[in-house]
Design a protein around this ligand. Structure first.
Ligand code: CNA
Length: 341
């Protein structure tokens, strides 16, 4: 079968939705859905966070900063850049608003997101329709005794770039970590029920703004039943999307593709109105423009300085890195911990 041209793809998807062929829509999202809100993704060459971290010569590999085993040993490195990664005062994108519109029209079965920015909820997707499988910055706890840690103290620590310590008892003093899932940690409870089962039940699956490099999330699109249309909205082809005859690939920026799709559905005005209502009270993205790039670069310079210092004062850092890499290699074949491909 010939690949449909782009304009007929929008119409095909619109027909599937409009003619009520699809009423259990599952949307699988990643960092690309939030880049236009000003949050860099991980893997886009040049603008992604990994490209920036790759210049740090004493970091074993860019993802180490987001690895639990590395965090336990060197939490100060994570907190050196926590302030620029923390999502606050951000506007949801029109792509997030599209998810809320699907929910409003009773079509949304579940959004399964790898994102930790909370922008689905900010756009108005009901909480029971969002499964953030990598957690969020909303809460935090001690990694030793698991006691929750107060929000205001956490905010202070993040702003100042210092490692928060457990307040539960004098004896504990454990490191506090936001309830985001770092590499090597178990996923949030409910992955089977709220992600895998929902994809199996879906009659239409969207995959948006993800490189599908992180497991076990990366396997979710394959769980869609045979014959169920899978729609990729991304700048590039990823995973096995495009391999089934019912797959449709809209390659481009999420927001632009979503606008075209909304147009084909006759939802454009409603979408813009919903988006406007959810963003008018947010004054401006904190991560907008040059100021954010300057802050991010400054945080990464600080990180570089800390790494240089820790290497020059401590041979222990080197042996920790060796241990960490050995542990990482030993852990690789064991899903369902969150891990790279
Ligand atoms: P990734 O590996 O960085 O991939 C992003 C994908 O989105 C790539 O394929 C890009 O080409 C594509 N992309 C980027 N911008 C756009 C855009 N505007 N329109 C269309 N496509 C775009 O990120 P993944 O989400 O796949 O990786 C999973 C990690 C990233 C998760 O564990 C997250 O916690 C982590 N992350 C989250 C956030 C966030 O919460 N906003 C930000 C950065 C990283």
């Amino acid at each position: 079968m010939d690949a449909p041209n782009a304009s007929s793809s929008y119409d095909t998807i619109a027909n599937i939705i409009r003619d009520s062929h699809a009423t259990r829509v599952v949307v699988l999202t990643g960092a690309g859905i939030s880049t236009s809100a000003g949050i860099p993704d991980f893997r886009t060459p040049s603008t992604g966070l990994y490209a920036k971290l790759a210049h740090l010569k004493h970091l074993p590999y860019p993802e180490a900063i987001f690895s639990y085993h590395y965090f336990k040993h060197s939490p100060e490195l994570f907190y050196a850049i926590a302030d620029v990664r923390h999502p606050r005062n951000l506007k949801p994108t029109i792509s997030h608003a599209f998810l809320a519109l699907l929910a409003k029209k009773n079509l949304l079965h579940m959004v399964v997101t790898q994102n930790i920015d909370g922008l689905e909820s900010a756009a108005g997707v009901p909480p029971e329709k969002v499964f953030a499988c990598h957690g969020s910055w909303d809460t935090q706890r001690c990694i030793t005794c698991k006691e929750p840690f107060p929000d205001d103290r956490m905010k202070e620590a993040i702003t100042q770039g210092i490692v928060p310590r457990c307040l539960a008892t004098d004896a504990c003093d454990g490191i506090v970590k936001p309830d985001i899932v770092l590499f090597g940690e178990p996923l949030r409870e409910g992955f089977e029920e709220k992600a895998e089962h929902k994809v199996v039940e879906a009659d239409l699956v969207f995959v948006m703004g993800t490189s599908l490099k992180v497991h076990p999330f990366a396997n979710l699109p394959r769980l869609a039943c045979a014959g169920v249309p899978r729609v990729l909205i991304n700048r590039e082809k990823v995973g096995d999307l495009g391999n089934r005859k019912e797959d449709l690939c809209l390659l481009g920026n999420c927001d632009g593709e979503v606008r075209k799709l909304a147009d084909a559905l006759g939802w454009k005005k409603e979408l813009e109105t919903l988006w406007g209502a959810k963003t008018e009270h947010v004054e401006g993205n904190e991560t907008d423009g040059e100021d954010y790039t300057v802050r991010l670069d400054a945080a990464i310079d600080k990180l570089a300085g800390m790494l240089d210092e820790s290497l020059s004062i401590s041979k222990g850092h080197k042996s920790m890195l060796e241990r960490h890499l050995t542990e990482k290699l030993a852990r690789l074949p064991k899903p369902p911990e969150r891990d790279e491909k």
